[in-house]
Design a protein around this ligand. Sequence first.
Ligand code: ARG
Length: 463
Amino acid sequence: MADKTSNQMWGGRFAAGPDAIMEAINASIGYDQRMAAQDIAGSRAHAAMLAATGVISDSDAEAIREGLLTVLSEIESGTFRFSTALEDIHMNVEARLKEIIGEPAGRLHTGRSRNDQVATDFKLWVRDQLDAAETGLLALIRALLGQAEAGADWVMPGFTHLQTAQPVTWGHHMMAYVEMFGRDLGRVRDARARMNECPLGAAALAGTSFPIDREMTASALGFDRPAANSLDAVSDRDFALEFLGAASICAMHLSRFAEELVIWSSAQFRFVTLSDRFSTGSSIMPQKKNPDAAELIRAKVGRIFGANTALMMVMKGLPLAYSKDMQEDKEQVFDAADSLMLALAAMEGMVRDMSANRTSLAAAAGSGFSTATDLADWLVRVLNLPFRDAHHVTGTLVALAERKGCDLPDLTLADMQSVHDAITADVFDVLGVDNSVNSRTSYGGTAPAQVRAQIAAWQDRLR
Ligand code: ARG
């Protein structure tokens, strides 16, 4: 018989228990207890299948089922005592089950290994996160659609290089983010569809000689099918990496939008006013209202992308099948998922609550020679100038306006004609920002009619 200090789950061949340092580096219970519900769901499905296939008796399966429900309620109520000596959630649950129901607990691990068990638990956990991300993204997209609808024809400056480029509409700008988060939604759904194969029953790596029914456990756990190769099933973490990849891109989108909100809410821009509910004050400067939520969202991409890199590094050199390195998958994914869900919710709240300052947007839209391209296009369309010549004439007019300290619409007709004598008073029609945005009716362009069509198309997709 093994020394009684050796591990009660696998200590048969061991004469002594682990060193304290060994226990510290080996244990994952400090964090994998977050997968308790998934672990118990997996065990319940496995036990029911073992009974259905005659591997264990119905009465043992029933005892296991009842016992697992007790364990779950102990964990949920906070009375469960997690043990580091029992390493991880799988062995903590099984050991407690043994205390509660005795001998039948020892039959639960028939035809199964912690390798397929952890892969299953973790997949179920990540799948829930993909679903939560989908919900969060949909809420954010709806909030953006609300903003876009309210300001479909509000003019604002469009930027390239963060320099005034051409006027665009507020609705168009909001809808750009709808497109981005819409792609994130697609990535999340794709990842979920691809990952939904059940590892359970792959056992340690080679499958099992027991007559198990993997279709049965797969369907009980909401998987589309069992994973087809047992070696792959226990050593695959693509599902976690796809989640992190999709989360990284989404966090990058959130971060770009957050950066715009930080800029837009500054006193120099005043494009938006963030609500008090999503701002903070300064302990020394009484006038301050800081966009902390936006700043923190902007920063979260670092941890999420860091998690993606970390797990790629964990996985990249691992031979088949399971290696203990893979225990390092969970903390990164947990942290990334927490960060992503919080960032999505905070962004949704901020977007829902914020008000766009229509007057500041319009004033900024008309400054910085934003309709210079419209002027050049007019010279092409009406005077039949080659575009390059029109570009040059317009540049000369911009320089003239700059010297006079005014904007393009403030130049006189005489000013215009001093640069090109064929220019007529009609030119002033295209220098206004409303005319400018209304003219950009090409598919996907900024004209309010286009923007409203895109909003309607999205509302249809979400119905
Ligand atoms: N705690 C382990 C993990 O997270 C569970 C699997 C352990 N398997 C093993 N053969 N030691 O990966």
